[in-house]
Each structure stands twice: as structure tokens, then as C-alpha cells.
Design a protein around this ligand. Structure first.
Ligand SMILES: Cc1ncc(C[n+]2csc(CCOP(=O)(O)OP(=O)(O)O)c2C)c(N)n1
Length: 155
């Protein structure tokens, strides 16, 4: 699942899709707020399938409030957050079109690892080269159904 962000743009031409209904996109509406929230619904509708949202970081920060229902209802998502500490697009536009005058484009973010752990989720920050292995392990852990009955999701 993608959303408007640097990784979202990249996935539109770089993510291999081999069948229908495997790639969920906000399309060119490009509305922030779509990614993580929609992923919750997609997972509820497809409980047997792995759903991996790559939300825009800006969206993920505001969508975090939906972590409550996510954990309460044990909606199991393996979420990938790319933290570039900025509104990447906005920042680039300010560089390219406004002579590098930055305004409101750099962000102070929460510690996403601690945030996830505070909900009882597992979290990791792998180096880019190791991210495939980390994702595979997270998905395996999910399919192994290792959740405890505490309302905590495994990932
Ligand atoms: C509801 C909404 N508000 C604002 C925008 C404008 N907008 C597009 S991309 C973006 C920044 C996204 O930043 P981030 O989520 O950090 O992703 P990055 O580009 O850094 O990967 C903004 C504010 C939008 N598309 N939708």
C-alpha cells in the first residue's frame, strides 16, 4: 500500500505487481491521510493476506491515533515508515522553485521505534540493505501467529 511520499512515487513505477488487487494506491488524488488508515480497512477485509502499508511519514504521524483501534482489534499490519525528517516534496519544491528558502518543511518526529514499542509492537530500524530480510522476518512472524492474547499485535 502506498501513499503520496517519496517511496509512494517510487513504488508507482518500481514496485512489481503480479496480479489484481495486490497494490493499493491513493492514485493521483494524492491525499495524505489515505495510507495507514486505508490499510486498516484493507487488512480487515483481507485477514488472510499480508498488508504492508508504506504510509507517508506525515500521514503516519497523524494516523498514529488509529494505532489504538489497530491494537485493540488486533489488526495486524507490518508497517514501513521511511523517516526523512521532512515533508520531502515540499522541501524539494522549496529548493527547486523558491531558491532554497525553507519554511515548515523540516520536521521534529517522535522516536518511531519507541512509539511502536509503547503499543507493544515489535519495531526495528534496519539498514536499507537489510530491510528485505527484516520485512520477511516480520511477515513470517505474523503468519506464524505469534500474537499473545494481550491485545498486542506482533508487528
Ligand atoms: C491532505 C493533504 N495535505 C497536504 C498535501 C500536500 N503534500 C503532498 S506531499 C506532502 C509531504 C509529504 O511528506 P512525507 O509524508 O514526509 O513524505 P516524503 O515526501 O518526505 O517522503 C504534502 C504536505 C496532500 N497531498 N494531502
Amino acid at each position: 500500500m502506498e501513499e503520496i511520499s517519496q517511496i509512494g512515487f517510487t513504488s508507482r513505477f518500481g514496485f512489481p505487481v503480479y496480479g489484481p488487487r495486490q497494490y493499493v494506491t491513493c492514485g493521483y488524488q494524492d491525499n495524505l491521510g489515505f495510507g495507514f488508515n486505508t490499510a486498516l480497512g484493507v487488512k480487515v477485509a483481507n485477514p488472510g493476506r499480508a498488508v504492508v502499508p508504506c504510509p507517508a511519514m506525515a500521514d503516519f504521524c497523524s494516523a498514529c491515533r488509529n494505532s489504538r483501534p489497530r491494537f485493540k482489534h488486533r489488526i495486524n499490519l507490518v508497517t514501513i515508515v521511511f523517516n526523512n525528517r521532512s515533508f520531502g516534496n515540499v522541501r524539494r519544491d522549496q529548493f527547486d522553485q523558491y531558491g532554497g528558502r525553507l519554511l515548515g518543511a523540516d520536521l521534529v518526529n517522535p522516536d518511531f521505534l519507541k512509539l511502536a514499542e509503547s503499543f507493544g509492537a515489535l519495531a526495528c530500524a534496519p539498514r536499507p540493505r537489510r530491510s528485505q530480510g527484516a520485512l520477511e522476518r516480520a511477515l513470517k512472524r505474523r503468519s506464524a501467529g505469534r500474537d499473545r492474547g494481550t491485545g498486542r499485535a506482533g508487528q
